[in-house]
Design a binder for this molecule. Structure first.
Ligand code: AMP
Length: 215
């Protein structure tokens, strides 16, 4: 099953992608995580992406499509995957369509997580990451046991550059302009279900499962 999780930054796509992995054993393909890994490793892609990401803007479509096309061909995607953070533009969605058909795969569902903007800002501004193992905390809803430090490895937590106020505003603006139009794109293709992304992660996941079991 190939699924797209659509939603603005802070909608909870990463959390729900992990639930889907646990249930269906289909890997999460998070282009944001892949780019952050490329930045950390200092690859050519990472060097190109870093200044763009820090400002909250989008990496050019051709670069992103190449990254995803390669990832979809890895053996763990044989039974499907959860795309988290891709596609983000109509151009990426069109390219994904041709990549999937080239690979003889198909898109089964698009779930759009809906969260009001003030809630998104609250969630993102409270987000803290462990740079060592990638664990994400939320200082209000899911705080670490010791403030500022990772429960798993004890390392110091940081705030992502693009989770800072100015970049967040830019990311939300870009989401409305470039990514939200994907809702009608997929709705026209009969693939879209909107799910409220407000509530407990477990409650939201129940709604996602309902949407996926629709005939
Ligand atoms: P995310 O973790 O999904 O919020 O992504 C973090 C940042 O990575 C975004 O703000 C973009 O700069 C970049 N990025 C991730 N996915 C994409 C994509 N599909 N297209 C363009 N840029 C992306």
């Amino acid at each position: 099953m190939n699924i797209i999780l659509l939603g603005p930054p802070g909608a909870g796509k990463g959390t729900q992608a992990k639930n889907l992995f646990a249930d269906y054993q289909i890997p999460q393909i998070s282009t944001g995580d892949m780019l952050r890994e490329a930045v950390r490793r200092g690859t050519a892609l990472g060097k190109k992406a870093k200044p763009i990401m820090d400002q909250g803007r989008l990496i050019p479509d051709d670069l992103m499509v190449g990254v995803v096309e390669e990832r979809l061909q890895q053996p763990d995607c044989a039974n499907g995957c959860v795309l988290d953070g891709f596609p983000r533009t109509i151009g990426q969605a069109e390219a994904l369509e041709s990549v999937l058909s080239k690979l003889k795969k198909r898109l089964d569902a698009v779930i759009s997580l809906e969260v009001p903007e003030e809630k998104l800002i609250e969630r993102i501004s409270g987000r803290r990451n462990c740079p060592n193992d990638g664990t994400v905390y939320q200082v209000y809803q899911n705080p670490p046991k010791r403030a500022g430090f990772c429960d798993k490895c004890g390392g110091g937590l940081v705030q992502r550059e693009d989770d800072k106020e100015q970049a967040v505003k830019e990311r939300l603006k870009i989401y409305s302009a470039e990514t939200a139009p994907l809702k009608s794109y997929y709705s026209k293709r009969g693939l879209l279900t909107s799910v409220s992304g407000v509530g407990t992660p477990a409650g939201i996941y129940v709604e996602i499962k309902k949407a996926l079991s629709k005939p």
